[in-house]
Design a protein around this ligand. Structure first.
Ligand SMILES: *[C@@H]1O[C@H](CO)[C@@H](O)[C@H](O)[C@H]1NC(C)=O
Ligand SMILES: *[C@@H]1O[C@H](CO)[C@@H](O)[C@H](O)[C@H]1NC(C)=O
Ligand SMILES: *[C@@H]1O[C@H](CO)[C@@H](O)[C@H](O)[C@H]1NC(C)=O
Ligand SMILES: *[C@@H]1O[C@H](CO)[C@@H](O)[C@H](O)[C@H]1NC(C)=O
Length: 238
């Protein structure tokens, strides 16, 4: 699902709060984590292409961008870029006027990890959001679970769990936007050859030395007996 980038991935874009969906008027901070300076945040929205972080929609800072008040028109793809052909991963953000949002990971999760999806409701009358309501969760439009308290935990995520997720609060008759949850394959590192603990090493050296001494002694004994035998023969011949 990643688009073909003609740039070197040298940075990663992090989003705070770390999720894909936001409500109207929320504050979003986008930061470029990189081992160098000169990074800027860019975005594609329905109205703009490769728009850099600028006053009007964001407050540019050194390698970051702050959206003080998010609007649905801020929905789009965001990434970091520098002037030397470097870029970052791309994240999709959705800003909605709906009081119901799905809180899902903004970055791909690693196969086998646990993932929590949260359905959260907040309207003008509420000071903070709530998830304490019976919720239906959907993947690619199919109902995958009903949870009493707005939270669904996928304990061991598989590659096939990748897809578009959304949630529904049936009592309020509201459904969230859908968001993509990416899963990346777990790379199993090649096993290190077993290394002997140091005392095993000493035992091996000692055993080696012992065997060497044993061989040397046997060799010496052999040489001696051959000599004795040769001398015996020489004496017998005289
Ligand atoms: C972002 O959204 C677009 C359109 O829905 C989708 O094609 C793309 O795969 C998404 N990318 C990521 C990284 O989620
Ligand atoms: C990048 O990281 C390397 C090693 O971690 C370090 O030696 C180098 O100074 C860093 N460069 C910058 C520009 O921070
Ligand atoms: C942004 O939009 C342009 C033009 O539609 C497209 O070529 C590019 O791949 C998009 N970038 C991202 C990160 O979606
Ligand atoms: C959720 O709501 C139920 C009933 O409305 C209540 O009994 C329960 O304590 C609430 N749980 C939390 C975590 O607020």
């Amino acid at each position: 699902m990643e688009f073909a980038q003609l740039c070197l991935i040298l940075s990663s874009l992090t989003v705070s709060p770390e999720r894909s969906q936001f409500r109207h008027y929320e504050t979003i901070i986008l930061s470029c984590a990189a081992n160098s300076t000169g990074w800027m945040v860019r975005r594609n929205t329905s109205y703009h292409f490769s728009q850099k972080c600028q006053f009007g929609w964001g407050v540019p800072k050194e390698s970051s961008c702050k959206i003080d008040t998010a609007y649905p028109s801020d929905s789009g793809a965001y990434w970091c870029e520098n002037n030397h052909g470097g870029c970052s991963n791309v994240v999709n953000l959705t800003v909605t006027a709906s009081p119901l949002i799905l809180e899902s990971p903004v970055h791909p999760v690693t196969e086998g990890d646990s993932v929590t999806l949260r359905c959260s409701y907040k309207d003008e009358r509420l000071i903070s959001s709530t998830s304490n309501f019976s919720t239906n969760f959907y993947k690619d439009g199919q109902l995958i679970g009903e949870e009493k308290e707005g939270r669904m935990v996928i304990t061991i995520i598989s590659m096939s769990a990748e897809g578009f997720y959304s949630c529904e609060d049936p009592s309020r008759g509201k459904t969230s936007e859908k968001s993509w949850v990416g899963v990346r394959a777990r790379v199993i590192p090649p096993e290190d050859p077993p290394t002997d603990p140091p005392h095993f090493l000493w035992i091996r050296i000692a055993a080696g030395a012992l065997i060497f001494i044993l061989y040397a002694v046997i060799l010496l004994l052999c040489l001696c007996s051959i000599r004795r035998w040769a001398r015996g023969r020489a004496a017998a011949r005289k």
